[in-house]
Design a protein around this ligand. Structure first.
Ligand SMILES: Nc1ncnc2c1ncn2[C@@H]1O[C@H](COP(=O)(O)OP(=O)(O)O)[C@@H](O)[C@H]1O
Ligand SMILES: [Mg+2]
Length: 223
């Protein structure tokens, strides 16, 4: 699903150039649940943002579902992303003035799904995720664990083939973390590919493979 070769990312600010990813090679197969680990600042989020097409590499190749993403226009990339990828962030990134229902509905609105179908899909998912009773609440009226469930629901409502999660339990207590990880594991069991950045060995235990980054390279990919 993901084939990355000699990927380099250089962040440039006014004073310095930082090589964050240095000739990195990485493959992820359809159906895998991969954890990405490594010290703070080693480029985990940068890699995830490139995989999610929110950022682009400085050089190298990135193929997603056999399409050469680096060669595509930003418009083509956006279409590939919208159709195939769901993102879960550490800080949830929900829209504060939209209800739970509206937040989860948003990707479907962007996809042009019609209203009756949106209601059906969103309500089924809220039910499945155990947050139906908070359907008309605003995000800030929910606990962290509930907010992350909403964020996961929003990421998966359009049935993406790939879920990218950047420290999804970073702001959660341990029981909410387990809930979020269980949801990801279930989705993976149903066939969704998952790449999850984490600094926690415990969280990484939910994955089927751990990729360790250091100095901008993959140093270990134990199964
Ligand atoms: N937009 C940016 N501009 C300049 N430097 C950045 C930018 N984003 C990240 N960096 C730098 O790139 C390195 C890797 O960051 P990041 O990918 O966020 O690491 P991690 O998620 O592993 O903690 C850090 O040194 C960080 O300071
Ligand atoms: Mg990070």
């Amino acid at each position: 699903m993901i084939a990355i070769k000699e990927l380099t990312k250089i962040h440039t600010t006014e004073e310095v150039e930082t090589t964050v990813l240095d000739n990195l090679d990485l493959e992820v197969k359809e159906g895998e649940f991969v954890a990405v680990m490594g010290p703070s600042g080693c480029g985990k989020s940068t890699l995830l943002n490139i995989l999610g097409m929110l950022d682009s590499a400085t050089s190298g190749t990135f193929k997603f579902l056999n399409q050469d993403i680096q060669q595509q226009s930003s418009r083509e990339r956006a279409a590939v992303r919208k159709e195939n990828i769901g993102f879960v962030f550490q800080s949830f990134n929900l829209i504060d003035n939209l209800t739970v229902f509206q937040n989860v509905e948003l990707p479907l609105v962007y996809q042009g799904v019609k209203k009756s179908e949106r209601i059906k899909l969103v309500d089924e998912l809220l039910e499945k995720m155990g947050i139906m009773h908070r359907r008309n609440h605003l995000p800030l009226q929910l606990s962290g664990g509930q907010q992350q469930r909403v964020a996961v629901a929003r990421a998966v409502v359009s049935k993406p083939k790939l879920i990218l999660a950047d420290e999804p339990t970073g702001n959660l207590d341990s029981s909410s973390s387990d809930d979020a990880l269980d949801i990801l594991r279930k989705l993976n069991n149903e066939g969704t590919t998952i790449v999850m950045v984490t600094h926690s060995d415990y969280d990484a235990g939910f994955a089927s493979r751990v990729i360790r980054l250091a100095d901008g390279k993959v140093v270990d990919q134990a199964a």
